[in-house]
Design a protein around this ligand. Sequence first.
Ligand SMILES: *Cc1c(COP(=O)(O)O)cnc(C)c1O
Length: 428
Amino acid sequence: MTSNRLEKARRQALQLDRLDPLGEFREKFWISQTPTGNDQLYFCGNSLGLQPKGVQELIQEELENWRERAVEGHFKGQHPWMFYPDNLREPMAELVGAKPTEVVLMNSLTVNLHLMMVSFYRPRGQRQRIVLEHQPFPSDRYAVESQIRLHGLDPAECLVELGSGGDPQTVDESVLEEYLARHGEQVALVLWPGVQYATGQVFDLGRITAAAHLAGALCGLDLAHAVGNVPLSLHDSGADFAAWCSYKYLNSGPGAVAGCFVHERHHQQTAPVRLQGWWGNAPESRFLMGPDFVAATGADAWQISCPSVLSMAPVRVSLSLFQQAGMTALRKKSIAMTGFLEQLVQDELGTSVEIITPAEPERRGCQLSLRMRAGRAAGRQLFEQLEAAGTIPDWREPDIIRIAPVPLYNHFEECWRFVNQVKAILGD
Ligand SMILES: *Cc1c(COP(=O)(O)O)cnc(C)c1O
């Protein structure tokens, strides 16, 4: 009986793969390998995306440009370094739903959060608090804590985390709205994730931003798990700033250059507080080497140093893949594939495994967070057995196994194999 159901699901998976208009994109990636030379079941694109095959060539191009032209590579060669970031701005802006001048690629994520908070966390009078959800990614929490101290304030009073605490749980947007209705006049900044990293919950970013603004606070977003995963319309959401990394769903490799968004309403401000460097100076006068800083247009003004071209090359490849596939088509496949995996987990593993990610497609991306009903030790054991069997999920303390079927390179049949594998391990 059960095996009939499982067999039927397998045929369904194969059929869905045959009909998948994005199926061929898998060929554009290197699939990581088991020690015996087979493709891993890779469900960890939420942590580090697979390498697009085109990356090596583009990095090689810049190595050659450097070798052959040295300093002249700044202005010569196929992709002069001076203008390299300009090729990335439009596709990145399109991906996050922003105007090109609102987006800049620079640094890494936590650094960008700091730079943004220097400008947009300006505690005044009673308004000193930064509000986060209750399970912020540790790096974000550390950054916020230190920004509060930078102003001579006490994180115990000024750092607020909203949610029910303890267990990984989703947080309804209304929790923030209610808090702001009561304490809004004490809040300087709301810093919220697009997708919560542990539960996979997607937030309504327009609603989060509107609540912050209604309370007279500013709103910043961490899009580490949202970019390349769910459609975004950053400009329309109204957020004041946002930051994200590009090594997760954007597949741009470890430490790849990160993205940053500053809403255009902050572009015209005269002399906002900002950490300055020569790269934030307008390009027309950057090399006049004058003593006075003339801010570049838009988000570019927040650049400090000259960009790392070698770490931008993979982002070029990745963004062109996103442009070819299209976020609408990717999202459509993502909803179908995550739904397929969810149904299989419920049907085949439901007695042992609980899914803590929201069930509504609009409240999640491609990640499902699983938890063993038998507790942490059972979950940890399953995770290790999966790894030994050539599957790459990831583990988040205290007891979460995250599985992210990524629409650019995962197949439905891999979701089926995963469930079949877990079933075999658990002896269900
Ligand atoms: C991945 C991730 C980070 C990582 O920060 P880096 O500065 O890139 O090391 C930070 N915040 C969140 C929410 C993340 O998911």
